[in-house]
Design a protein around this ligand. Structure first.
Ligand code: GSH
Length: 232
């Protein structure tokens, strides 16, 4: 059984998508990041960066003590290796998936995250910041669109590289993007959106949280964190 420390955000969805796709038994432990539950000591002992998602695998392959993993990319890689699914075993296929997984982790995720922040949540609209991240999201969408021009999925068969990127394209309107500008990306997006496991992953959100995570009350918890916050 996998324990999934989760909240209803794009990085959380990556892991529910994987678990639903793989059919692995799992239990969700909600961590309401809008209420500051990511700072609870028991969660920090698994995820020292006070971010969801994180997992604990109570039945690791070597039958030893439970394994805990934080960082969504590391979790996807761990689960893919555990199950032998969604990550090719051959050298070339594996490198291809891993480079696109890292592309999402270092590019699409953080840049779209800053886009959300400055476009929607920042107390003042700073045109330079909004433009910078909307443009960077736009550039990254075009990179993905070009990549998808001659293939169905990001790297070979449907893989953890697709599962990592898809949840960050779901809020494309909030990111100031139009999918019609990226026909290959749009086709890929609609293909993944229609997968039963992906639908289940988004459906389960309704049983956990239907409120926006970022509200006026939660802004003081989520934004402006410093070393002092983490030390509390
Ligand atoms: N690089 C991390 C980022 C995780 C992340 O930013 N998680 C957000 C939700 S999407 C979070 O837990 N935020 C809590 C906070 O800001 O305190 C990953 O991919 O796992």
């Amino acid at each position: 059984m996998i324990d999934l420390y989760y909240w209803t955000t794009p990085n959380g969805h990556k892991v529910t998508i994987f678990l639903e796709e793989a059919g692995l038994p799992y239990r969700i432990l909600p961590v309401n990041i809008g209420k500051g539950e990511q700072f609870k000591p028991e969660f920090l002992s698994i995820s020292p960066n006070n971010r969801i998602p994180a997992i604990v695998d109570n039945a690791p392959a070597d039958s030893s003590r439970p394994v805990s993993v934080f960082e969504s990319g590391a979790i996807l890689q761990y689960l893919a290796e555990k199950t032998g699914k969604f990550l090719p075993k051959d050298l070339h296929g594996r490198v291809d998936v891993m480079q696109w997984l890292f592309w999402q982790m270092g590019g699409l995720g953080p840049m779209a995250g800053q886009n959300h922040h400055f476009s929607q949540y920042a107390p003042e609209k700073i045109p330079y910041a909004v433009e910078r991240y909307v443009n960077e999201t736009n550039r990254l969408y075009s990179v993905l669109d070009k990549r998808l021009a001659d293939r169905e999925f990001v790297a070979g068969d449907y893989s953890i590289a697709d599962m990592a990127s898809y949840p960050w394209v779901v809020p494309y309107e909030r990111q100031g993007q139009k999918l019609d500008d990226f026909p290959n990306l749009k086709r890929w997006f609609e293909t993944i959106q229609a997968r039963p496991a992906v639908m289940r992953a988004y459906e389960l959100v309704k049983g956990i949280n239907v409120q926006p995570t970022v509200s006026e009350e939660s802004k003081s918890i989520l934004f402006g964190q410093t070393a002092a916050t983490a030390a509390q």
